[in-house]
Design a protein around this ligand. Structure first.
Ligand code: ADP
Ligand code: MG
Length: 242
């Protein structure tokens, strides 16, 4: 069986600045992985490079369910089953959440289950009051993250990358987001959570943790890695990989 996501020797730079220095990650279907790392280590760049953001010069290989995405445009990557939830969700005045999901359904006419997933995800995340509001406009940090999770549930991707889905949230909201990720995880999706802090991992189980320092994965292993980071911080790893 294919992996949901396979990344091989991925590099990314902007101008003369090399940010990713050869990243390898496999996320099998049915698993939730976390990428942790200090600020500036390249975590968001990894998300954006995979999604196809145009300002990066990217090399290496990446595939979703066995299909290479490297030559695809952003919307082709999305259609092929890749989803990114943003660290800083964009406000879209004039476009409601319902407009957005209707557009998603219209551009995927072969997928007849949009209405069903809208209903289910609306109930799961208590989204009814937000669906007629403009996307992310005037929402609190936690509500914006919930809105991203709603789009994830409606889009039903093969591979979801959630960039700092827990940042800027109070502890109750972190727990809620963790529960949502768990609820959305099944054997038809791979999930990669990007996080700076290990606290979200207290409320959900992950299969693997990867530590990114200086644009490389310097350590991969079980969830116990997060506990070690909690105790020792990133300083030691940063010094060893400078
Ligand atoms: P993280 O998400 O791990 O905090 P980022 O991927 O956002 O890290 O950034 C990694 C490094 O790349 C940082 O030093 C950041 O300043 C730099 N960087 C990211 N995006 C750009 C950009 N558009 N222009 C210049 N530098 C950038
Ligand atoms: Mg980031």
């Amino acid at each position: 069986m294919n992996n949901a996501l396979e990344v091989r020797n991925l590099t990314a730079s902007i101008g003369d600045l090399q940010i990713l220095r050869g990243v390898d990650i496999d996320v099998p279907f049915g698993e939730v992985h976390a990428v942790m790392g200090p600020n500036g280590s390249g975590k968001s760049t990894l998300c954006h490079a995979l999604m196809g953001k145009s300002e990066y010069t990217v090399a290496g290989q990446a595939s979703v369910d066995g299909v290479s995405i490297m030559q695809m445009t952003v919307d082709e990557r999305a259609r092929s089953g890749l989803f990114e939830a943003f660290q800083y969700p964009t406000e879209v005045p004039g476009v409601t959440l319902d407009d957005l999901t209707a557009a998603m359904a219209e551009s995927n006419p072969d997928d007849g289950a949009y209405a069903e997933r809208e209903g289910e995800t609306t109930r799961l995340l208590s989204m009814q009051p937000f669906r007629s509001r403009f996307v992310n406009v005037g929402l609190s940090g936690g509500e914006k993250k919930r809105s991203e999770m709603y789009l994830l549930g409606v889009a039903n991707p093969k591979m979801a990358i959630l960039d700092e889905i827990d940042s800027g949230l109070d502890i109750d909201a972190v727990r809620e987001v963790a529960e949502m990720v768990e609820a959305m995880s099944d054997d038809k999706i791979g999930i990669l959570i990007i996080t700076h802090y290990s606290r979200i991992l207290k409320y959900m189980s992950v299969d693997k943790v990867h530590v990114m320092v200086g644009g490389r994965i310097v350590q991969s292993g079980g969830p116990e890695i997060a506990d070690n980071l909690e105790a020792g911080g990133y300083t030691e790893l940063q010094a060893a990989n400078a």
